[in-house]
Design a protein around this ligand. Structure first.
Ligand SMILES: [Zn+2]
Length: 116
């Protein structure tokens, strides 16, 4: 499902590359807002090219003070499957964007579902 902001970017003026860059920035902002694990100070400072050790936050941001337990999992095989799927779709639709993959997969009119 596309957000209102995504539709605004897609319907706006500019080249495909410009819209893709704008959508990437939009998704980064959304990811930042939804992120409940990573240190906010670290994420913001890294965005501006600065290094910050999350341990130095000492619970001064909402995420560090929230006490979420983080479990590390190896999702390499899943990531590889997603990349292979993306490359297959892109071989059929050359202008297909990685950012479009999630909405493409859940859309009922997706070509993936036309043969069902
Ligand atoms: Zn923090």
């Amino acid at each position: 499902m596309q957000s209102v902001f995504e539709m605004m970017v897609r319907k706006g003026e500019g080249s495909y590359a410009k819209k893709d860059a704008e959508l990437d920035m939009l998704h980064r902002v959304v990811a930042y807002c939804l992120n409940e694990v990573d240190c906010r100070r670290q994420v913001v400072l890294e965005h501006f090219g600065e290094h910050f050790n999350a341990a130095d936050c000492r619970g001064t941001c909402d995420n560090c003070s929230g006490g979420f337990a983080v479990e590390a999992k190896d999702l390499t095989r899943h990531a590889q499957s997603i990349v292979r799927l993306f490359m297959s779709v892109r071989s059929i639709f050359p202008l297909f964007s990685l950012l479009s993959l999630p909405s493409f997969l859940i859309s009922s009119d997706s070509p993936l579902f036309l043969n069902r």
